[in-house]
Ligand binder design. Structure first.
Ligand code: ADP
Length: 334
C-alpha cells in the first residue's frame, strides 16, 4: 500500500513501514553495526550460505525490525516475523520452523519473552537445524527428530542481558544499537519529510531531531505531529517556532523527555527524595509496568545523565533535580 493511502487511513504502523530504509545504504547512523553486518552478509552471499544468526539489542524504535527486514532483502529471501510473546508453546515454534524454506530469515522480536520449552527447542534448531517434535504424553511420549532447512534467525531484544547465556551464545553476530546523535536524527527527519512531502526549514528539522529522545521512531512520529500543527495553525511550513509550539503542545520538553520520563524523575525526586529506590517501587509509583520503566524510560535517562543505576536502587542525579527546577537535597551525612 502506498504512503498516501496509509496516511489517509491514519494507519500509523503502515506509515512507519513506508518510512523504513530498505537497504543498508539507506540506513542512517549506526555506522559500525552497518559495516559489520554488511561484511557478514557479503561473506554469506559469496559462500552461497545463509548468514549466521544475528542478535540485535537496544531500546525500542532504534531500528531492529528495520535491520531484520534489510537482512532478508539483501539476501534476496523472504522474512518471517514473529515475537517471543506469540510463541507460548514449543509446538508453535515447531510449526514456524518446519514451515521455513532454505535460507529464509526468521525474525523473533522480543525474543527474551519466549517460553522456556520453546527456547530449548530453538537452541537445537539454531545449532543443528533440527527440532524434536514430541508425540504423545507421559511415559509413552516419543521425540521425533525433524530436519529443518538452514535458516537465519534474527532475534531482537531490548536488552541482551535478559537472554539466557546458552541462547545468547548461539548467535554468531551480536549488535547493540545505540541512541542516535542529533545530526543523524536530523538526516532521518529530512529523509522522512521528503517522503511525506513536508516542507521544513533547517531549524525546524533540528528542533524535532533534538527532541526525539535519540530515537528514529520518535523523530518520525514527532515530524507527523508537527506537520499537523503546521497545517492547521500555520502556513504548512515546519519552522522552528512551529516545531517548538507543536512539541510543547504534545508535552515533549526541550531535551526530548516525554511524559513518562518526566514522571519517573518527578516521583524519584519528590516522593523518594532522589532515591535510592528499587525499580519496581518506582514503576508502581508512576503507574507503569516495571519493564516499561526499565526498558523504555531508563536507558534514555541513564544515557543522558538524569538517572543512575546503583546496587541499592535508582538515584536521581543533579541534572535531574535541575531539569525539574528543584533544589537537590544536601548530601546525606552517614
Ligand atoms: P525497533 O524494531 O528497534 O523497535 P524499527 O526498526 O521498527 O525499530 O524502527 C522504527 C522506525 O524508525 C522505522 O519506521 C524506521 O523508519 C525508522 N528507523 C529506524 N532506524 C532507522 C535508521 N537507521 N535510519 C532511518 N530510519 C530509521
Amino acid at each position: 500500500r502506498s504512503l498516501t493511502a496509509a496516511e489517509a487511513e491514519g494507519d500509523e504502523r503502515a506509515v512507519e513501514a513506508a518510512l523504513r530504509p530498505r537497504s543498508l545504504d539507506e540506513v542512517v547512523g549506526q555506522g559500525r553495526v552497518r559495516d559489520q553486518l554488511g561484511l557478514v552478509l557479503e561473506a554469506a552471499r559469496q559462500r552461497g550460505r545463509a548468514p549466521d544468526h544475528v542478535l540485535l539489542s537496544g531500546p525500542p524504535g532504534l531500528g531492529k525490525t528495520t535491520l531484520a527486514m534489510i537482512i532478508a532483502h539483501e539476501m534476496g529471501v523472504p522474512l518471517r516475523l514473529t515475537s517471543g510473546p506469540a510463541i507460548t508453546h514449543a509446538g508453535d515454534l515447531a510449526a514456524i520452523l518446519s514451515g521455513l524454506n532454505e535460507g529464509e530469515v526468521l525474525f523473533v522480536d522480543e525474543i527474551h519473552r519466549m517460553s522456556r520449552p520453546a527456547e530449548e527447542m530453538l537452541y537445537l534448531a539454531m545449532e543443528d537445524f533440527r527440532v524434536d517434535v514430541i508425540i504423545g504424553k507421559g511415559p509413552g511420549a516419543t521425540a521425533i527428530p525433524l530436519e529443518i532447512p538452514p535458516f537465519t534467525l534474527v532475534g531482537a531484544t531490548t536488552r541482551a542481558g535478559l537472554l539466557p547465556g546458552p541462547l545468547r551464545d548461539r548467535f554468531g553476530f551480536t549488535a547493540h544499537l545505540e541512541f542516535y546523535e542529533p545530526h543523524e536524527l536530523d538526516l532521518i527527519v529530512h529523509r522522512s519529510a521528503g517522503l511525506l512531502g513536508v516542507e521544513l526549514t533547517e531549524e525546524g528539522s533540528a528542533e524535532i531531531a533534538g527532541r526525539s529522545r535519540g530515537t528514529p521512531r520518535i523523530a518520525n512520529r514527532l515530524l507527523r505531529r508537527v506537520r499537523d500543527y503546521a497545517q492547521v495553525r500555520a502556513d504548512g511550513v515546519v519552522t522552528r517556532q512551529v516545531a517548538e509550539a507543536a512539541l510543547d503542545l504534545y508535552e515533549v520538553d526541550a531535551l526530548g523527555l516525554d511524559r513518562l520520563d518526566r514522571s519517573v524523575l518527578d516521583v524519584l525526586c519528590r516522593r523518594f527524595g532522589g532515591g535510592p529506590v528499587g525499580v519496581s517501587t518506582l514503576a508502581v509509583a508512576v503507574g507503569e509496568e516495571r519493564e516499561t520503566v526499565e526498558e523504555v524510560a531508563e536507558p534514555f535517562l541513564v544515557r543522558n545523565g538524569f538517572l543512575a543505576r546503583t546496587p541499592r536502587g535508582r538515584v536521581a542525579t543533579a541534572a535531574a533535580w535541575a531539569h525539574l527546577g528543584l533544589d537537590a537535597p544536601p548530601p546525606a551525612v552517614d
